[in-house]
Ligand binder design. Sequence first.
Ligand code: ADP
Ligand code: MG
Length: 700
Amino acid sequence: MARLLKDGTLFAIWKTFFEGHCKSKIETIALEYPENRSLIVDYWDIDKADPKLTETLINHSYKALFNAEEALKSIDIAVDKEIALHFRVVNLPDIHKIPIRKIRAYHMGKYTAIEGLVTRATEVRNKLQVAAFQCSKCGAPIKIEQEEDILKEPSECYEDQGGCGRISSFKLLMNLSTFIDSQKIEIQENLEGLRGGAQPERISAYLEDDLVGMLLPGDRVIVNGILHSQQRRKGLHRLTSFNKVMDAYSTERQELAFEEVEVTPEDEEEILKISKDPEIYNKMKQSIAPTIYGMDWVKEGLVLQMFGGVKKQTPDGTHLRPDIHVLLVGDPGTAKSQLLDRISRISPRSISASGRGASAAGLTAAAVRDEFGEGKWTLEAGALVLADMGIACIDEFDKVEPKDRGSIHKAMEQQSIDINKAGINVTLNTRCAVLAAANPKLGRFDEFIPIHEQINMSPALLSRFDLIFPILDKPDKTTDRRISKHILSVHRGSETDVNISKCKNTTYSKEQRDDLMINAVPVFEPEFLRKYVTYARRNIFPVMTDEASGMIEDYYVRNRSIDEDAIPFTARQLEGFVRLAEANARVRLSNEITVEDAKKAISIVKEYLTRVGMDRETGKFDIDIIETGMSHTQQQRMKTILDIIATLCESSESGAAIEDIIPEAEIKGIDSGKTEDAIKHLEQNKQIFKVPKGGYKINV
Ligand code: ADP
Ligand code: MG
């Protein structure tokens, strides 16, 4: 192989290039060798020096790279110090950046860039690079370069390596062989270019030597390398079908969030102009899902979620979550799934997934051993990791596997997860906002039952959400008429549109269509919205004014002191207010958080708390309902009943009888129905138990 690739002319041109353009770079690397052993060169620097070089690099990639690396070995300093550098070309022009789904046979063997999201990465393993064998007849050591996965043995004892020339059997000599680190990763194409529900395609890439261990699932990357076909195997059998894979020569990590979305100076001008519109909030709300009627508060929350709060770090290094987590819980057929779908199409870097968990990684990540790893362990990422710096839209959140729940807590609050298994010890980032939808356990939502009893989710998990919107489907003549009018006109408008474009003798006009669609057309197209959000998240970092801060503070203190026993808000809600106020300022591209922003944050939290966090008996907010699943009043009541049972047990061997508990509780102002409820709860919580044919006793 190597001999076939040698080309004296090419070798000489590369040598001239390196000596003329990379000398100082190589000198620096030589000082750090072998820790640093790669020469990284920009495509355009080569092209500027000699376009013939880039031309061969793209079209005769193996030859170009082989001769380049040979030339690198031959320049003075390399000869002096006996160093062999890798040659890594980065920053390929867009025409050589091929979308994964467009890779075809004619791209094989060419130096190409692929761009996407790392979904899986195997552990780093040693791989034989040059295998040394010993001839069993003459004992000569014979070296064979290993280019494939399957070990290649000498076919005879080569005379040119000092062997006897006979057909022989060989023994592998480990201490004379050389090894190289290798790793396999999987890259999934970016969804940004893929609107319209198509499934993303994936490709595997092999990384070697100093490229390994640099990338983690969830990273956005450009991988440059040579595409080739790889024969598929089933056990020891070779199949006739081939996979497309890439041998990576360089990788470029995209650090910036939302880098995939390009905002041109013209876009910026338009964005700045629109940000001054006093109707900006309504227009944003209207644009996220115009075909869905109503749900004003929900849409408001979703707009704020897209913009997100400000990422910050306290002086002691604590990372404060900027992302706003939103949960939609509600009756079936209330457009929850539809809303998730819209957001995942509009918002940059979003990933949609179902709580049912199709992959082994679930929603977070897992180490698995499967076909992909070819015997190695693979780290596989789920939605929360893949949506890093974006939004994870998770439908059927209530169906999440119990084993996944613990890691979801941490992923949502600390925004990272640790995987320690089978030699893989990593921390993966989950810096995403979660937009989740859940259905009530009993089919329909009941406003009068604590929310955690209605959905299969622990109060601890529920309390990670900044906003929880119950979506009820209650028959109501006026709203029903409005919704149906809206849905029907959307359908009629679309029918008219199809008729106009498909029927030769159409009798419908574009005006008729537009009249019907008037409410269903977004003010801002999804693409513009994406650019606007990207611009705001990249450039706007608002700071709270004294007045805004004072307002939130007062509101918090006032509501906590209304009833000293019930705790309406915790510090968690306080942080939620801050995030929402920050997002609200970002919508109009303001670097200042005003009283209006604070008011908006308060009103949206108030709106959801009245629906899910209100203590139905006292009419006050009580965050305990969300955090523990029970209101403060309920908790107090259970404590009283527990005391009564304890007292009764002191004078009775067979436990406290219900007939005795009820009158005692009535004296303390608790009616019999509530007493029975409390007993039921205490029994469920295993705080008390019933003695057969007797009363209740306390569990100790
Ligand atoms: P869910 O996930 O809440 O069970 P879906 O998102 O599947 O419900 O919605 C069911 C259908 O009802 C969708 O086609 C949706 O467009 C329609 N729909 C429900 N509510 C509305 C609404 N308020 N406005 C417009 N369409 C609606
Ligand atoms: Mg649904």
